[in-house]
Every structure is written in C-alpha cells, then in structure tokens.
Design a protein around this ligand. Structure first.
Ligand code: PBG
Length: 329
C-alpha cells in the first residue's frame, strides 16, 4: 500500500531497471533468414525490404562469416528460383544440385558450426506460386506431402540440420519425419510452421522470391484454403499439438507482432520450443516509417523484438537480427 509501496523505486536508474528486467535479448535468440539467388557477385537489395539483400552463392560465405562473428549461429535459407525452372509440382526442388542444395553446402563449408535450417514448401518452385500442387482449382494435400518429404530428404542429404516446412498441408510433418527416419536421418530436426496464418504481411517476402500466387483464372489467388484464418485462436493450439504428435521438434507462430496472443496461448499449452517469425511486412512497416522520420528505428525495433520474446518466443526469425545484435553491442 502507498507510500510503503512505491513502484517507481525500481525504475529510478538504468542500473536498477536492468537489474530487475525480466526479458533480455541476446544473439542466441535469433534465426536469420537468408535469400539466395543464382549468379555471381550478386548482393541485391530487395526493394520492399530496405537494407535486406539477396545473395549469390559466391557472396554467401562472407555474409555467413559476418553473422557468425556477431554471435548469430542459425540461418534459415530461402531460394529465388528462375522462372524457367518452375512447374506445378516443383520438380526443381528435388534436384540434388539445385540452388537450395548448393546453398546448404556453401554455408556449411563457410562455417561448419552454423545451424542450417531450410524452407520446405513448393511456392518458390511453383509456376502458380502455391505451396502445393494445383489441380482443378484446388491445392492438393496428400500428393504435395510426398514431394515435401522428398524435398526434406534432399535437404538433409545436402547437410541441413533442420527442415522448416512452411506449407500448411495436413499431415506433412508425419510424412517428412517418417521418411527422414526410414533413411537414417534421425537427428535432422523439424521446425514446423504450425500456426501460420493467411496474412497480408507476407507481401515483401513474395517480392523477394517472386513467389506470389499467380493471378490466373481458376487458380486460387490467395492461400486461405491452407494457411489459417487470422480470426482464430483455438485452431493454433490444435495445429501445434498435431504437429508435435507427428514429430515436430520446434513449432512456429507466424506472423509475429499481431499474433502475440497466439504465442502466449501456445506457450502455455505445449512444451516444445516456440519460434516466432517476425515477417517481411513487419520489417517493411518499420523501415518505411523510420525513413519518413515518423518512428525511431532502433528504439521501436528493440521494443518489438522484446515484446515477441516476452510473449513466449524461444526463437525469433527476424530480418532485424543483424541490426539488433549490433545495436546491443
Ligand atoms: C513460403 C513462405 C512465406 C514466408 C515464409 N515462407 C510466404 C507465404 O507463405 O506466402 C513469409 C515470410 C515473410 O513474409 O517474411 N511458404
């Protein structure tokens, strides 16, 4: 009771504030997304993601070494596939000498201790920009799963430590886990995008990989038949539980900031590590507002990342990872 209790006593200086702070950000919190392209000498900025780049394989080692030197020890790989290699069933995804497979080896050669996670979904390889095979205006579930499992196996063969299925097909974790076990990849992990919402925050990412759903007649123009309805909470717990039963080692909530209630729900309901993906649209919003001088970039970045961890994230996939680690020194 006041004045015996004055809450401001614990806020009087930075020394006492840091002593009682509940949530502290460290380099260990982050998973760094990396975009890879074919070619040579390419480090191209993504227009809707200022200060974020696509790298060709020759420039990837330098970037990975820079991350390692900053204490960032995990990367999540995405590839931008040439249009000529895209088809409905993502054939190129299984090419043992494909861009993803070479990117995995490139990172492992550059920094063998770096944890390599890979995106598993058909969209960068699909001429329709969908995460699964399209037939009769639908995204086919079970046939897609068979390809996702083969794709995961191919990444494991190339040296991936974890595969990260981001497609939201039903039962894909079971298919992937079963094939990895059958083929002897017992320690290859699965980080499942379990609660992935059909979100408009993915726009800049789809620019980065040229992977937006095609605007064609008879083809769904959005991903609402497989990604979750953003109005739903309970479904996120169900999705996470099912993925864990099927063999997921880590579950994910995506996007981040607008979904922290979901992160907290899942944190309370389940006991595997939770990753949160602070997605491209979240990054773009802050970059744009900061460029206009309307928000303090570094202060808002730290506040947002801290909020994600405070909500219950063990792992944060973020395009800000490098910036924030530099900021924290
Ligand atoms: C592809 C995938 C997407 C993202 C990660 N993996 C886009 C999508 O589902 O359309 C989004 C990441 C971001 O926006 O930063 N399956």
């Amino acid at each position: 009771m006041y004045p015996l209790r004055r809450n401001r006593r614990l806020r009087t200086s930075e020394a006492i504030r840091s002593l009682v702070r509940e949530t502290v950000i460290t380099p260990n919190d982050f998973l760094v997304p990396l975009f890879v392209v074919e070619g040579n000498g390419i480090k191209e900025e993504i227009p809707s993601m200022p200060n974020y780049y696509r790298f060709s394989l020759d420039l990837l080692p330098l970037e990975v070494k820079t991350l390692w030197a900053l204490g960032l020890k995990s990367v999540l790989l995405f590839v931008k596939v040439p249009d000529t290699l895209k088809d409905n069933s993502g054939t190129e995804a299984l090419n043992p000498d494909g861009l993803m497979q070479r990117a995995i080896k490139t990172v492992k050669d550059a920094v063998p201790e770096m944890l390599v996670m890979t995106d598993v979904a058909l969209d960068p390889y699909s001429n329709f920009g969908h995460d699964g095979i399209v037939a009769n205006g639908q995204i086919v579930n079970d046939d897609t799963n068979a390809i996702l499992a083969e794709m995961s196996l191919s990444h494991a063969h190339a040296g991936a430590d974890f595969v990260a299925p981001s497609d939201m097909m039903d039962g894909r974790i079971f298919e992937i886990r079963t094939l990895l076990e059958d083929e002897g990849f017992h320690t290859t992990g699965i980080m499942s995008y379990s609660a992935k919402y059909a979100s408009a925050f993915y726009g800049p990412f789809r620019d980065a990989l040229d992977s937006a759903p095609a605007d064609l007649q008879d083809i769904p123009k959005d991903k609402k038949t497989y990604q979750m309805d953003f109005a739903n909470r309970k479904e996120a717990i169900k999705e996470s539980r099912m993925d864990i039963e099927e063999g997921a080692d880590i579950v994910m909530v995506k996007p981040g900031l607008a979904y922290l209630d979901i992160v907290r729900d899942i944190r309370e309901a389940i006991d595997v590590p939770i990753a949160v993906y602070q997605v491209s649209g979240e990054y773009a919003m802050l970059k744009a507002a900061a460029a206009k001088g309307w928000l303090d970039h570094d202060a808002v970045m730290l506040e947002q990342i801290t909020a994600i961890k405070r909500a219950g994230a063990h792992i944060i996939a973020s395009y800000f990872a490098k910036d924030i680690v530099k900021l924290l020194g």
